[in-house]
Design a protein around this ligand. Sequence first.
Ligand SMILES: O=CN(O)C[C@@H](CC1CCCC1)C(=O)N1NCCC[C@H]1C(=O)Nc1ccccn1
Ligand code: NI
Length: 182
Amino acid sequence: MITMDDIVREGNPILTQVATKVELPPTSEEIDTLKEMLMYLKNSQDPEIAEQYELRPGVGLAAPQIGISKRMIAVHFDDLDEKISHGLFNPRIVSHSVEKAYLTSGEGCLSVDREVPGYVPRYARITVKGTNIEGEELKLRLKGYASIVIQHEIDHLNGIMFYDHINPDNPFEKPENAIALD
Ligand SMILES: O=CN(O)C[C@@H](CC1CCCC1)C(=O)N1NCCC[C@H]1C(=O)Nc1ccccn1
Ligand code: NI
């Protein structure tokens, strides 16, 4: 199982590289890895398992964070209006709103062992295409928190960290044309 020992921390160049596309169909090893990434998220959200294995709770994970520079992400969380749980190969944003959105609490990252305060402006709504663990091509239309999570993960595949989006002059400046998400 994946534990925090497997999570790569900032300073490791893999986190600022562009990850490689996964050749389809994915190998059984790539499928197993994606399943393990999803399992990490589920385990990390179970208080008992998280405590037992000292897992930091996560709602998303990208393969570069476990040292694999491949375009694979997992997201798992039960939000009020969106229940999302996906493992995706080669996720890509095919369209997005002009309007932006940001979490009023800012963002963190399992690969960043420090607080980096500030608003992270992202697209408010996105349409994402990718291939799921069963090998099906899928298209997701996301808004709200789910949209933020997926963008955070796809950024990891392009070597972008959440703090790269924070306004260095005024981290808490309200982004223009943006919705505040609590
Ligand atoms: O690339 C992926 N990552 O770095 C894991 C990140 C991904 C999220 C950060 C902002 C949007 C996506 C992650 O999940 N976190 N960031 C660090 C510690 C907290 C944790 C988190 O937000 N946990 C959480 C939130 C709500 C409900 C349950 N748990
Ligand atoms: Ni992250």
